[in-house]
Design a protein around this ligand. Structure first.
Ligand code: PMP
Length: 312
């Protein structure tokens, strides 16, 4: 239930969200040479806050540099300003969270650039859309399956960049899981260790200790993952970054997922078998509380993570 805002940002202008048209020759469409982000503004009693928006745009700009994109706003602050203005214009219902989807794409060949797969000599564009959606603050039970698709290795596809083409793997894995009646898939790396879910990071809880695969593995080390590690350590919980095997998931006391879209979601079963008693566990509930408090409370120690949006 995502409600697209009436306005979008497209290559320098605010335009009706339904109107942008890209040429059929748009390179990003052909080769997946586009970069996107998923950023969230949380509804709170004192207004909405964008959560860690600067980190999200910094991650996007790093990925854009990798794809040699130069023809768009180049500073994080400019991108934040455009986003704040777009959310203001879209005036989503105050009770809703807002999901922000920037997409930077390789566009058309500049004069003199031969047709073919190249990053240099291609113009680029940036669009941003916003969607209102109901806040989900409690960890949603999620039935997962181990995917038959492996997470591409970091020397196959840059792992820390949200490059559009790489999401074909996530889409295949998600479709396979849903067709078989599951909610999401967990992908392994080439060595058979747990990499990540289709669009989220994986944590296990065993004997009171949290474990998640290291950021140096074949996974996008998400901003929510970092937030959860930071908050749990501050709260005195032990967090280890260690490789996880599928067996570690099956024998865990709890498994949960983290992402901007899901926040903290509980994995209650794996390939049809319950994890522990198949209920959302107490540590997962506690982690979700820590996370949601940080994302919605502007007077906390983590205030620098929040960008307050004035009420419309
Ligand atoms: N892994 C993948 C493949 C993702 O697409 C996402 C969502 N951006 C994540 C992990 C979680 O990242 P974040 O917490 O920054 O949203």
């Amino acid at each position: 239930t995502l409600g697209l805002g009436a306005w979008a940002y497209d290559r320098g202008d605010f335009v009706p969200a339904a109107s942008p048209r890209l040429p059929l020759s748009t390179q990003g469409l052909h080769y997946g040479t586009a970069v996107f982000e998923g950023i969230r503004a949380y509804a709170a009693p004192n207004g909405r806050h964008l959560f860690r928006v600067h980190e999200h745009y910094a991650r996007m700009l790093r990925a854009c540099r990798m794809l040699r994109m130069t023809g768009m706003p180049q500073s994080v602050d400019e991108l934040v300003d455009i986003t704040v203005e777009l959310i203001r214009r879209n005036a989503h219902d105050d009770r809703l969270d807002v999901y922000v989807r920037p997409l930077a794409h390789k566009l058309s060949l500049l004069p003199g650039t031969p047709l073919g797969v190249s990053l240099a000599g291609v113009s680029d564009g940036l669009s941003i859309a916003t969607y209102g959606f109901p806040p989900n603050r409690s960890p949603r039970p999620t039935r997962c399956v181990i995917s038959s698709w492996r997470r591409p290795a970091r020397d196959t596809l840059p792992a820390q960049a949200k490059i559009a083409g790489g999401y074909a793997t996530s889409a295949l894995a998600s479709d396979e899981a849903r067709s078989a009646g599951f909610d999401d898939a967990i992908l392994l790396d080439r060595a058979g260790n747990v990499a990540e879910a289709t669009t989220a990071n994986v944590f296990v809880v065993a004997n009171g200790v949290l474990r998640t695969p290291p950021a140096t593995g074949d996974l996008l080390a998400g901003i929510t993952r970092d937030t959860v590690i930071t908050l749990c350590q501050e709260a005195g919980m032990a967090v280890l970054e260690r490789p996880l095997s599928p067996m570690d998931l099956r024998t865990a006391d709890e498994v949960f997922l983290t992402s901007t879209g899901k926040g903290v979601a509980s994995v209650t079963s794996l390939s049809g078998k319950d994890i522990a008693d198949g209920e959302v566990g107490p540590v997962t509930i506690r982690v979700a509380e820590l996370y949601n408090t940080a994302a919605t409370t502007s007077d906390g120690a983590r205030r620098r993570w929040l960008t307050h949006l004035a009420p419309e």
